[in-house]
Write a protein that binds this ligand. Structure first.
Ligand code: IMP
Length: 200
């Protein structure tokens, strides 16, 4: 089954293809589907933002469109940057932003953090599938690792002694917030195709 990803972010497209292709889905980016805009993320939650992006792409293409919205919640920053994760960098690089976060977290006793991913698929018949994945962990003492993207070099998944950026794509997908959310999504989508409805 062909499904359109309401994003043109190549890192996300790569990760999501790696998760959904073995499960039998052909994942096409929204630009490949002829849709050349990205909806503004005006929601207050990951779920609201994913819904905004999925619906806008579905209305533009008339095909099932899936969107994710994700980010990092850092307890020493009151749960921030959260839905502002991509905008939090401003004009700085991710490496500079990660170093800034390490300094902020070093002033606190609490290094706990989590990656969250909400996934919404908008169907042309008005139906919707939604799910969420969460990966708990902590902010590392240093920036380390070459793989992944964004905040991976400072995020240590719970029970691991190294950052997410030290994992291969395969190892990351097996545990990540996005991997969890998209595997739940693939299961719900199969049920939807069989029954025409979602099951919570
Ligand atoms: P959005 O979901 O495109 O709005 O942006 C999510 C932002 O959260 C990314 O640009 C990254 O800054 C951060 N983020 C989300 N998932 C990950 C991840 O797996 N690793 C590192 N950073 C992530």
């Amino acid at each position: 089954m062909r499904i359109i990803l309401a994003s043109n972010n190549p890192d996300k497209l790569r990760e999501i293809r790696e998760i959904l292709t073995p499960l039998g889905f052909e994942v096409v980016s929204q630009s490949e589907a002829g849709c050349h805009f990205e909806a503004e993320e005006t929601g207050a939650t990951f779920l609201e933002n994913a819904r905004i992006k999925a619906r806008a792409a579905m209305e533009a293409t008339g095909e099932p469109c899936v969107a994710d919205d994700s980010g990092i919640e850092i307890d020493a920053m009151g749960g921030g940057p959260g839905v502002y994760s991509s905008r939090y960098c401003g004009d700085s690089t991710y490496e500079e932003t990660c170093q800034k976060i390490i300094k902020i977290v070093n002033c606190s006793d609490d290094r706990s953090a989590r990656f969250v991913c909400a996934v919404v698929c908008a169907m042309p018949d008005g139906g919707e599938i939604s799910c969420e994945g969460v990966l708990e962990g902590s902010i590392g003492l240093q920036y380390e690792g070459e793989n992944g993207f964004g905040y991976d070099p400072i995020f240590i998944p719970k029970g691991m002694g190294r950052s997410m950026a030290c994992l291969t794509d395969e190892e990351k997908n097996a545990i990540s917030h996005r991997g969890q959310a998209f595997r739940k999504f693939a299961k719900k989508l199969s049920e939807y195709m069989e029954n025409g409805e979602t099951k919570e």
